[in-house]
Design a binder for this molecule. Structure first.
Ligand SMILES: [Zn+2]
Ligand SMILES: [Zn+2]
Length: 244
């Protein structure tokens, strides 16, 4: 049987060679990045805030339980956040086609990087919830980019994905607005439809990018009101201005 499978795999590899989803260079595993593309990203793999994952400059000599100023001031809403990389020119090159041009094949390396970003945590979510998209936006885009990332993450934790407990109203794009305006724009945008599925649960929220954290904070607010006992978040990239 193994022999037959090996022949079949070599045949598939011959017909559809594994290529880097970003630049089409040959790679050994389907869906993985080549070395050049991998190193172009600013992965958050050094010192970071133990609570919200904010990356610190690599020159910092930190204790393992260091908090960023926001978390140290008790202003963090979510119980824990991690992101795989910083939102910069390199991650933008992947994010924009992923989100707006149907390059859904990127979900594989992105979700793997997000699972990797959670490796130093001991969270045990009961459900994984992609940040809901308004129906109008889902209709135009054809997919929720957060759901594609959430599925492999839910599989990695061995827990179900929740796609229907919370709905989102349509609002115009926020563009480049201040964090206060972003928070106002997302206020009351989510509605919990099935609080019985939320009550007493630890929930891991999944999104592609975190800008100010306003979306996560608003979801945390409505989920906690519905009885969630912990709300975590994971994103592929996050806006983070590194201090040197
Ligand atoms: Zn590449
Ligand atoms: Zn923090």
């Amino acid at each position: 049987m193994n022999y037959v499978r090996k022949i079949l795999e070599s045949f598939i590899e011959f017909v559809f060679p594994a290529t880097c989803p970003l630049c089409n260079a040959r790679v050994s595993t389907h869906g993985e990045l080549c070395d050049d593309c991998w190193t172009s990203f600013n992965w958050i793999d050094g010192a970071k805030c133990v609570k919200c994952g904010f990356p610190f400059a690599s020159s910092f000599d930190l204790s393992p339980n260091m908090l960023c100023p926001t978390c140290a001031a008790g202003k963090a809403e979510l119980d824990l956040i991690r992101s795989a990389c910083v939102y910069d020119d390199a991650s933008k090159l992947a994010m924009l086609p992923y989100k707006h041009a149907g390059h859904t094949q990127y979900a594989r390396f992105m979700s793997r990087a997000m699972i990797w970003a959670l490796r130093d945590t001991d969270i045990q979510p009961d459900i994984v919830m992609p940040v809901p998209l308004a129906n109008k936006r889902l209709f135009h885009r054809g997919y929720n980019q957060a759901t594609l990332l959430a599925r492999p993450i839910a599989n990695a934790f061995g827990v179900p994905m929740d796609l229907d407990s919370v709905t989102r109203k349509y609002r115009e794009n926020m563009g480049h607005k201040s964090s206060k305006q972003r928070a106002e724009n997302v206020h009351n945008v989510f509605t919990v439809r099935h609080s019985d599925k939320i009550k007493g649960k630890k929930i891991l929220l999944v999104d592609d990018v975190m800008t100010t954290g306003a979306t996560f904070n608003e979801l945390k607010r409505v989920l906690t009101k519905a009885g969630a006992i912990a709300v975590y978040g994971v994103t592929f990239c996050r806006v983070a201005h590194l201090a040197n």
